[in-house]
Write a protein that binds this ligand. Structure first.
Ligand code: NDP
Length: 376
């Protein structure tokens, strides 16, 4: 191979840029775990605009989205987002690098970067339409990046950005909650023991909310330890009856989907601005199966009809929550982590050679926090 990362000055670019090849896990077709391939021949993602930073990746965590994207989930919509005008020479998304979270060190900065310098320790959640973090280097705009909490190792830090950006986007934009408006608000989190749940419990407790969580019996100790006020074992069978006997909620934050909305809407305070926000939405599945236009229209119609129906019948808002890239939001999380209010929950660690095993672990489900891969 012989082709590695080096500093190169070409006539058109000054200062010198890192160029060459790097190690990465790529896929060049969608499928099961067998499509994951290790290579040392991936081109380093050189800085191409003034506001970009290039990061040497030290650790990555995996999300259910990585397993889904490996199988082609969201391919149509993400392809449109990558190349809205279909101008790219290469008509394919392959080779595709998966991995959304990273913790690492800045190794190169565009000329307009103001918040970061070489050597800064950073963390970020890479948007799904960009090349992912299961690689030696990633290039992002500085708006997508944040200084990593000082008290965390790279392994610990990598467990947080994607679930943090998702929780913040969904709870703030969908749930109408924030640091100053959450005091004593009653929030129900379904799926409290996974990546999103273990983060959201701690964020909401840091904001002063009252947090009720559903999880399996063997995760009760974990979520209580993270600060949940009330914990209900959903495998016990009578979880809905137990929830119905409790005081009603201001926000339901749903990370489980399925039939949850059928019983959880009725747990919200009627006619008081209460909100149901679910992360499990049909948008990408619809665009994959029906095409971009029909899929988006169908998802939009389903969202609107549920929203109108719930608003008219009980004055409750029905919303979908999504991950959104947001470095400044991670800055706020960084402060909460450094203040000891949010702890990383790393369930399993794998080396860079064990990425397929890390995917296998994730595919088994029953996450208790996050699965992290050490890269450097
Ligand atoms: P994880 O796989 O990390 O966690 C899911 C957790 O839910 C597990 O701990 C699982 O444990 C638990 N669980 C499963 N069934 C139930 C149930 N019926 N009631 C309560 N808990 C249950 O996933 P994430 O936390 O990362 O994500 C949660 C969901 O949100 C996923 O579907 C994900 O795809 C989605 N998501 C959507 C985003 C968006 O932009 N819309 C962004 C991020 C996530 P056990 O099975 O042992 O109970």
């Amino acid at each position: 191979t012989g082709c590695r990362v080096c500093l190169t000055r070409n006539m058109s670019s000054s200062p010198p840029r890192l160029q060459g090849c790097m190690s990465a896990w790529i896929i060049d077709q969608y499928g099961s775990n067998g499509v994951l391939k290790y290579t040392e021949e991936t081109t380093v993602p050189t800085i191409s605009s003034a506001t970009e930073v290039m990061i040497k990746v030290h650790a990555v965590s995996l999300n259910p989205l990585d397993v889904a994207m490996r199988g082609g989930y969201g391919a149509k919509l993400l392809k449109l987002r990558r190349d809205p005008l279909s101008v790219m020479d290469n008509d394919t998304e392959f080779p595709l690098i998966l991995g959304r979270d990273l913790s690492g060190v800045v190794v190169d900065c565009g000329s307009g970067v103001t918040h970061f310098a070489l050597g800064d320790e950073v963390w970020a959640a890479v948007p799904p339409w960009k090349q992912g973090s299961l690689a030696e280097y990633v290039t992002l705009t500085e708006y997508e990046v944040s200084h990593k909490p000082k008290v965390l190792s790279h392994i610990e830090a990598a467990s947080i950005p994607y679930v943090a950006n998702t929780s913040l986007s969904a709870l703030v934009n969908g749930g109408g909650l924030c640091r100053d408006s959450s005091s004593n608000k009653r929030v129900l989190i379904t799926g409290g023991s996974g990546g999103v749940g273990t983060f959201a419990i701690q964020l909401l407790k840091a904001w002063g909310a009252h947090v009720t969580v559903t999880c399996s019996q063997n995760a009760v100790g974990l979520v209580r330890g993270l600060g949940a006020d009330e914990v209900l074992d959903y495998t016990a069978g009578d979880v809905v009856e137990q929830l119905e006997m409790m005081e009603k909620f201001d926000v339901v934050f749903d990370g489980v989907g399925g039939d949850t909305e059928e019983w959880a809407m009725g747990l919200l305070k009627p006619w008081s601005g209460a909100k149901y926000v679910t992360l499990v939405t049909p948008l990408l599945l619809n665009t994959d199966s029906m095409g971009l236009l029909d899929g988006t229209l169908n998802a939009g119609f389903s969202l609107q009809s549920k929203a109108i129906q719930n608003l008219l019948s009980s004055g409750v808002f029905y919303r979908w929550g999504f991950y959104a890239p947001d470095g400044p939001a991670l800055d706020e999380v960084s402060k909460l982590v450094d203040a000891g209010k949010i702890l990383p929950v790393v369930e399993a660690q794998f080396s860079f050679t064990q990425v397929p095993q890390a995917f296998q672990k994730l595919e088994k489900g029953h996450a208790r926090g996050k699965t992290v891969v050490r890269v450097a």
